[in-house]
Design a binder for this molecule. Sequence first.
Ligand code: NAP
Length: 294
Amino acid sequence: MDEETSAPVTVIGLGLMGRALASAFLKAGHPTTVWNRTAAKADELLAEGARWAPSVADAVRASPLTVVCVTDYPTAHGLLDADDVDLTGTTLVNLTSGDSTQARDTARWAQQRGARYLDGAVMAVPSTIGTPEAVVLHSGPPADFEAHRPTLGALGTVTHLGADHGLAALYDVAGLAMMWSVLNAWLHGTAMLRTAGVDAATYAPFARQIAAGVADWLPGYAAQVDRGEFPAEVSALETDVRAMAHLVEESRALGVNTELPELIKALADRAIAAGHAGEQYPVLIEEFSRPRQD
Ligand code: NAP
């Protein structure tokens, strides 16, 4: 067994995700210690070769690296804050979902307890863990990530985003914004087309092509956002807003929900009122970068 696969690792939390994480470590050859509140959830992992730790304190002691994946941050703190848990010198990787404030606060807490801390976000479903399809994001001190990259690499495509512990959580929520926005747009289009007897499966390939085409605009639009200059190279916002009005009117006429198109148009109307009619769509970053102004 080589260095990369012989490093021991502990997994605390054996829900759907935690079991997948522990299983991937085992498959990669890592001696894997596990702990879960409900012990029965470890049965299959123990059959695969995992070692059971009788307590959280034992689990943390068993390996230089402990991966935590429970419901939320308060649960993780509840487990690791116990007096008998000695975190001195250990590296904690918290793959529990949460927000950037929780991540940064937990990093400070871990440091006070003498631990090294990486925060993480799993951008994948359990069935993909251990394959390249599973993207697992990490943030925190680069040296701590590099020290455990070979072990963490067993989980899938692992990425280090930067030293700021909040980054993984921020990328996680940014990804959710992307996911739900695309899905909502697709569902809105589907609702409109169904009024004409076009089913969802017929529209889906067309919608996918649109989404992929829009995705191709991102690098150029990102350059405008980063420069803070939005010349109308393709289309001006005042042209876009006429199409938005058309989308709202068509939705209303068809009797489908108008909330999404109304929101899209309201944002553009505010940008135009602020003097951006002749600029290109990414100028809306100004609307997205501040709280709603009524
Ligand atoms: P889950 O199946 O509901 O498992 C929850 C885990 O938290 C279990 O190990 C559970 O222990 C433990 N837990 C909850 N309350 C506890 C408490 N008071 N004391 C001790 N342990 C407690 O959830 P999951 O799907 O594994 O998700 C875990 C984390 O991964 C979440 O933050 C989730 O957002 C994130 N995640 C999940 C997915 C996914 O597709 N499942 C994808 C990305 C990220 P018991 O077994 O004893 O109840």
